[in-house]
Every structure is written in C-alpha cells, then in structure tokens.
Design a protein around this ligand. Sequence first.
Ligand SMILES: Nc1ncnc2c1ncn2[C@@H]1O[C@H](COP(=O)(O)OP(=O)(O)OP(=O)(O)O)[C@@H](O)[C@H]1O
Length: 273
Amino acid sequence: MLEIKGLLKSYATGDKALHGVDLNLASGEVIGLIGPSGAGKSTLIRCINRLVEPTSGTITIGNQQGTALGQRSLRLWRRRIGMIFQEFALVERLTVMENVLSGRLGHTGFWASWFRRFDSADIARAYDLLERVGLSGMENKRADTLSGGQRQRVGIARALIQAPDLLLVDEPTASLDPKTSRQIMRLIVDLCQEQGLAAIINIHDVVLATEFLPRIVGLKKGQIVFDGPASQVNESVLGMIYGQEDWSALTRRLDQQREHATREEIVVPELSA
Ligand SMILES: Nc1ncnc2c1ncn2[C@@H]1O[C@H](COP(=O)(O)OP(=O)(O)OP(=O)(O)O)[C@@H](O)[C@H]1O
C-alpha cells in the first residue's frame, strides 16, 4: 500500500538526511523503524506526510503519488495519514473529547471547523474510540490533567478518528514508563490489526520493537542497512545498524524474550484445546 522509491533529503543546512531510501509496506503491515540518533528516522516519517519536503524520490500510497502535490491535494494526502507523536501534541486547555475530534478537522468544511461543529457520527465514533483506548468516562477532562499514558491514548484515538490508510508513529513510548510503554505498544499493534491499518513505528527501544513488531527496518546514515523479521535481529545486525559495541546484554534479553514467546505459543493452543 506504501511504496517509497529513491527517497533523498538534503536540508538547506547541507545535512544529507536520506540517501535513496526504498521501502514497501503491504496493507495492514506494521513495521518498526530503528537506528541511531541522526540516522534519518524522523526525516523519513515526516517526508511521508510531507511535514518535511523530500529533495527527490517518490512516495506512493495505493495509486496516488505524494510528492509534487498542490495545496488541496496535499490536504487530502495528509488526511490519509494519521500521526502519533512522542510528546502527544495535544491541545492542553481542550478536553479529551475535543482533542479527539480535532482529528476530524481535515474532513470538515472551513466554517464547521472554525466553530468546531462536528457531526453526530464523528461524536459517536469518538466515544467508541475512547472506550477502545480505555478512556471511557474521561471525555470532559482537560488534556493537561492527564498522565502520560492517558495522553498517548488520546493521541491514538485522535489519529484513528481521521480514518487513515497509514499510521506514522514517532517514538510513541519515549516519555513513558516501561509498563505503560508496553501497554501503549500493544494497543497500537492491536488497533492496527483490528482495522487492517499499516503503520511505521519509529522506536529507539529495540527490545520493545522486536517483541511487538514482526518486521524491523534498520536505518543508518540515511540508508536502510537491515530489513527483515524481528527474529533475525542479533548481535551482527545490531552492529550493522548501530556500530560495534558489546551487545551481549541486549541480545541475551532478546533471546529470553524469544524463548518466552515460543513457550507462550506452545501453551496457548493446549489451553484452548
Ligand atoms: N530541520 C532540520 N534542518 C537541518 N538538518 C536537520 C533537520 N532535521 C534533521 N536534520 C539532520 O538530519 C539528520 C537526520 O535527522 P533525524 O532527526 O531525521 O534523525 P533521527 O534518526 O530521527 O534521530 P533521533 O533518533 O535522534 O530523533 C541529522 O543529521 C540531523 O541533524
């Protein structure tokens, strides 16, 4: 559903952030994008929804090309792409419900947006989504009274009410504690599966990435140096993406996690039989 070909980005400062990235995503496919600081992960994600203007290359969703679009087409292009941010990007003084409904602003007309008038179907959908992300009963709370995990749940509901074809997720767990991080990752992955939604998740935590995401793409200095199943992320792959380091503690955790997952796979069918 997403096809990126030869994507290049040079910033005006001379920084070359992407050097010809090729990446394909199937419908409903959810991938983890990992790589060291400055590798170009945020640039890649922001080129897709054109928050950053690509220097060259093509980005196609379905059969629509996303580069070289006029203002109106760009608005429609962005409507197809939901975004979830590290710092949640909520409007602090607005309620949970208002923040979620703001995800529909790209779909409503100018005056309806201006007066924040939403139709009843949008409001009903917002209630459903808030229930699904575990925030039922919190519709009228102001965003600035929420915990980090609750804020990210609002961010997820806001992205989904847009009814996107593709979700871009930028460091969704960077500001969260380990337990909340796992809950948020599980929620995003489950929702993508339920809605058949493709997603690219930019994430620094390799253990979390390989636990929840079946396919991992490793970016280094603006180039993809690994693209494969999470099960193949080992010491040599980590060295390739991040450079040489003693990876033994990290790979032990990855091995333990895989052992645990295999044991669960064996136990679950026995229980349900
Ligand atoms: N607005 C900008 N202007 C100039 N250079 C930029 C800009 N944004 C990013 N860069 C440069 O582009 C390169 C890639 O940065 P980017 O933020 O995409 O990396 P990243 O992998 O997301 O890093 P991190 O994990 O630290 O967020 C870096 O060299 C960075 O300095």
